[in-house]
Design a protein around this ligand. Structure first.
Ligand code: EPZ
Length: 420
């Protein structure tokens, strides 16, 4: 397992380059199997979860040509309906292969997906949704076996699940007739997926709202598309700038995707502005930051993203006053707080969904562990605020979702060594 050794309190400055969105790119790769030809997807982040998804697709028989941040993928030689169970268990996003496999082949065998240990993360919503399409599901050993061509109709999600919404959308695109998906999640990555599918020839309206209408088409072609910027990475960099009082230019991003996060940070005293550069938004942060505690609760989009909860908590250890965080989405997403407490942070776990933070705290260098992607992001922020050298272990967890974070931070002046 690799480590980061971070010598904190360096002055950070310059441009932090934001990669393509992990939680869009993973789904675009899955969606590409719906096409009858090659798709070319640009701005794919170079992260472990993407490599795992690529391995799953190659295992299905897809031809992939990966150069830098572009993937050419041709699904015409898919020869099996069974996903490699070892790979499937490594990433949560493997579950979104169910929809496209059923739409194209009317069958898929998929093991229980893996992903960050932030809760039980069952797939009951996915089973519920695919059953509403008339798909039959049985369990054989470690595999869920889904059979049947999805039938268009009225689909109501049991909750606003991001990947269950994406599965429903991809299940419907080749089904004759009109499908209404209600109680859909509205995350921007879902709209990015819908744009990709429409570029392939689908007819999807309403993605990014809680009701999506899909008119089925006979076939889809491959298409050339570029992944949207990663809003979670952009906001992580912004919170690092706030915590270290650094003058950074962070982008590209789509500022509208982070409006509540910006509002909360400004309420907490964050000092930054949004500028336009080559048709994208960029965040310009000030070197003068005076942060105080502001309570948040995480919600489905457009609420405060659960994926920023841990990074925000780490920032709040440096904020004046008290902060209460209510994590409403996952039931065990506070694992990172134990590691921050080892550094001296004053964090009290009130319940599996609520923590209280007192700040500001002068953190002390420690040897800590990354348990999941965003919890790891929180530890990196904390280490950058801490004098002395903090060692973070299991950084592969961080690199599942943040592209070359050590190199990007080095580029803006951080003293961070990656140790195998
Ligand atoms: C997606 O996970 C993201 N992952 C997560 O990002 C993100 O935290 C989450 O959405 C919420 O925004 C990907 O897109 C690959 P959900 P997903 O289904 O779709 C419960 C990151 O760090 N639920 O919206 O799996 C679930 O347990 C990752 O980038 C069921 O009970 O999340 C959770 O409490 C972490 N049964 C809630 O719903 C189901 O079948 C929301 O989960 C599905 C979900």
């Amino acid at each position: 397992m690799a480590k980061y050794a971070i010598k904190g309190k360096n002055n950070l400055s310059g441009e932090y380059e934001v990669s393509g969105a992990k939680n869009s790119a993973l789904k675009l790769l899955a969606a590409s199997i719906l096409g009858d030809g090659e798709s070319i997807i640009n701005n794919i982040p170079d992260i472990i979860d993407i490599h795992k998804m690529e391995d799953i697709l190659v295992g299905l028989g897809c031809k992939l040509d990966i150069t830098d941040h572009t993937v050419k993928i041709n699904p015409n030689s898919i020869h099996t309906r069974k996903l490699d169970s070892e790979l499937t268990k490594k990433i949560r996003a493997s579950i979104v292969l169910a929809g496209p496999m059923l739409a194209k082949f009317s069958e898929v065998q998929i093991a229980q997906p893996g992903g960050c240990l932030i809760g039980a993360r069952p797939i009951d919503d996915h089973i519920d949704v695919l059953s509403q399409f008339g798909v039959k599901v049985s369990v054989s050993g470690e595999y869920f076996h889904f059979v049947g061509k999805p039938v268009a109709g009225e689909i109501t999600l049991p909750e606003m699940s991001v990947t269950a919404t994406e599965n429903a959308m991809m299940a419907a695109v080749l089904s004759e007739g009109t499908t209404h998906i209600r109680v859909a999640a509205a995350e921007p990555e879902i709209a990015d997926l819908a744009n990709f599918l429409n570029c392939m020839g689908a007819d999807i309206k309403g993605a990014g709202t809680h009701e999506i209408v899909i008119k089925g088409v006979d076939k889809l072609k491959g298409c050339h598309y570029s992944v949207m910027p990663d809003r979670i990475e952009a906001a992580t960099a912004l919170m690092i700038a706030c915590a270290t009082s650094s003058e950074l230019l962070i982008g590209p991003l789509i500022a509208a995707n982070l409006s509540l996060v910006f509002k909360k940070l400004i309420a907490a005293g964050a000092n930054f502005s949004i500028i336009k550069k080559n048709n994208f938004d960029y965040i310009k942060t000030s070197g003068e930051q005076d942060i105080h505690g502001v309570n948040i609760n995480t919600r489905t989009y457009p609420g405060f993203p659960t994926d920023l909860q841990s990074v925000y908590a780490a920032l709040m250890t440096q904020a004046k006053g008290e902060t209460r965080i209510f994590e409403t989405i996952f039931e065990s997403r506070f694992g990172y707080t134990e590691e921050l407490r080892k550094m001296g942070a004053k964090i009290n776990i009130v319940s599996p969904h609520i923590i209280n933070i007192k700040g500001p705290t002068k953190l002390k260098p420690s040897h800590i562990d990354a348990f999941d992607i965003r919890g790891g992001g929180a530890l990196v922020l904390a280490a950058l605020c801490t004098p002395g050298t903090t060692v973070i272990d299991h950084v592969e967890m961080i690199e599942r979702g943040y592209e070359h974070l050590d190199l990007k931070l080095t580029k803006i002046g951080a003293d961070i060594q990656r140790i195998e």
